[in-house]
Structures are given as structure tokens and as C-alpha cells.
Design a protein around this ligand. Structure first.
Ligand code: GLN
Length: 310
């Protein structure tokens, strides 16, 4: 290992240690009962650089429920599949509302504010369900290709738990259907959406899988084109304005990176031209973002001078 990596590893270790007292400031998601069982003191960080180096500390190789981080991958698949017509069915504006809010959706006639709140991700799930003969399998293969391993699985406990507590997501989907913005059957869409949310991956796998977004759509490890440069730009723009839900403004203000959180406690942050940061710590703040994760991404961005607004 060269000195830079050793230094980065030491820095990450020190940052993780500095957060030990902060787990108690949040609470694990309990509206999905299977997530409430996760040990709140687990925590990890991984930083993958586009030059191929990956550094990790803590529980960075332990799989966790990726939840809404899956929305990034689903969006890329839908953009690849149906192109610009997607943007007639979903907007690209921040919502300023909680991730599972239903209020705005009726005012705005069943057109979700953006593809990374739940309504938008359900719309994307409709696109995938309607355009792939086996959309869940297609999603899983996409994740396996990007992670470079076949060992990526759906956590069936989490899936069942989401399915039996999914009334709000069902309500969002039925409301969109009533406005004519959903094509497939709602149970099929929900099954796809809960499947992608229930995928388990580690910080290391997530950071490496998203390197294409830091590299204009090309996976730097294989030189494979995962999406167009224009779409990589668009995804990063949406993550900058909406990826941290109704904390996105504050996150841009204090951190300055495109990022996406999930209620499993994961956060991914894209650093264009440099790489990807992934943190995991289950206790969440009132916005549904990991308390320690937000602190860690902020500290890493600050320490390494990574803000895109510099
Ligand atoms: N599966 C979760 C839900 O639909 C995802 C939410 C999230 O991670 N923010 O509520």
C-alpha cells in the first residue's frame, strides 16, 4: 500500500472513532420491523477511487439493507431503457417533503417531484416492471455486474417486512395509477420496489459499484459504459438536489456532494473525477438519513477538500 492510502485509512479510522458517542442521537428505522433488529452500533466507511484503490474501516465489508440507495441503480436502468421519455412522467425538482410524503403528489396530478423520493422510485419501478420480462432478476444482475460478484442477495426477511408494512407505498402507487401515470399492476410494482430495497450490500461493494457516476458513466475498472455522460451528469444533479430528501439543501450547503441515503443507514456520496464514499451506521435523524453517516461524509469531504462547489 502506498502512503496516501495508509494515510487515508488512518484518517477514516480516526473519524469513525470520533463518532462513537453519536450513535445514540438517532434511532433505527422501525416502520420496517426487520430493520429495527439491526445492531445500532455497527458502522463502516469505504472510499473507492476511480484509479482502482479502495480503502475501508469498521464494518465496511458487512452487508446491510441498501434500501433507497437502490433508487440510484433503478433510475440508471430506467434511463437506459426508455431514454428521455422518462422525464415526461417524473420531474427533477427537490420535494422539500419527507421521502414518503403523499401530499404533493395529488396537487401535482400524479407526477412525482423527482425519481429518488418514494413516489418517483415507484414510478421507476413501474418502468422496470413494464419493460423487463423479469425486472427483479434484471435488477439483481445489474447489481451483480457492477459489484463484480454473484454474491449479492435479497434479504427475504426485510422483503417480507416491507411487503407487510407497505401501505403508504401502495397508496402512492395507486394514487399515481388513478392519474394514469402507472402502467403495470400495483402488486407487481410493489414487489419489484421492495425487492430492490431489500438487497444487501456492503460499503465496499456500494462504493465500487457506483464508480461509473464519478467517471462520466464509464466503470473505470472494466471500461464498460454503464450510462451516457449526460445521464451520469443528470443522476448526480438529482442526487445533489434531492438525494438526502428534505435535508438535501443543508447537505449541499455543508458538504457539497451528490449523495443518496437509505433507511438501512447507508449513504453514498459521489465525488466526480475522484471516486465514491459509502458510509453505514443504522441510527437515523428525523429526515431518514444516518446521523453518523452525515457527520462522516461531511468530515471526509472537508478533510479531503472534495466539495463540488469549490
Ligand atoms: N423501502 C423504504 C421505503 O419504501 C425505502 C425508504 C428509504 O430508504 N428512504 O420506505
Amino acid at each position: 500500500m502506498n502512503n496516501n492510502i495508509v494515510n487515508l485509512q488512518d484518517k477514516l479510522q480516526a473519524l469513525l472513532l470520533s463518532q462513537q458517542g453519536n450513535f445514540v442521537q438517532g434511532s433505527v428505522a422501525d416502520y420496517i420491523p426487520a430493520l429495527a433488529k439491526v445492531n445500532p452500533a455497527l458502522a463502516g466507511i469505504s472510499v473507492a477511487a476511480i484509479d482502482g484503490k479502495t480503502v475501508g474501516v469498521g464494518d465496511y465489508q458487512r452487508p446491510f439493507s441498501i434500501q433507497s440507495i437502490s433508487k440510484v441503480f433503478g433510475l440508471v436502468m430506467a434511463m437506459n431503457r426508455i431514454g428521455d421519455s422518462l422525464w415526461q412522467r417524473v420531474n427533477m425538482e427537490p420535494s422539500g417533503q419527507p421521502f414518503n410524503s403523499i401530499i404533493q403528489l395529488e396537487w401535482e396530478k400524479g407526477i412525482p417531484r423527482n425519481p429518488v423520493i418514494n413516489a418517483g422510485a415507484l414510478l421507476v419501478a413501474d418502468v422496470l416492471t413494464s419493460h423487463f420480462s423479469a425486472s427483479k432478476l434484471a435488477f439483481l444482475s445489474f447489481m451483480r455486474t457492477l459489484a463484480g460478484t454473484e454474491a449479492i442477495y435479497v434479504d427475504n426477511n426485510v422483503y417480507q417486512s416491507e411487503l407487510s408494512h407497505g401501505n403508504r407505498n401502495a397508496a402512492l402507487a395507486y394514487l399515481m395509477k388513478s392519474f394514469g401515470n402507472i402502467q403495470a399492476d400495483i402488486p407487481a410494482i410493489l414487489s419489484h420496489y421492495f425487492t430492490q430495497c431489500s438487497v444487501s450490500m456492503s460499503c465496499e461493494q456500494l462504493a465500487q459499484s457506483l464508480l461509473f457516476l464519478a467517471n462520466k458513466g464509464v466503470d473505470p475498472r472494466t471500461n464498460e459504459v454503464i450510462c451516457s455522460p449526460k445521464d451520469a451528469h443528470r443522476v448526480n444533479a438529482i442526487l445533489s438536489t434531492s438525494g438526502m430528501y428534505d435535508q438535501s439543501g443543508e447537505f449541499a450547503f455543508s458538504v457539497g456532494l451528490p449523495a443518496k441515503s437509505g433507511v438501512g443507514g447507508g449513504i453514498i456520496a459521489i465525488v466526480p473525477g475522484y471516486g465514491v464514499i459509502c458510509t453505514w451506521s443504522p441510527p437515523l435523524n428525523k429526515f431518514g438519513n444516518s446521523v453518523v453517516g452525515v457527520n462522516l461524509v461531511a468530515a471526509i469531504a472537508e478533510e479531503l477538500g472534495l466539495s463540488i462547489y469549490h
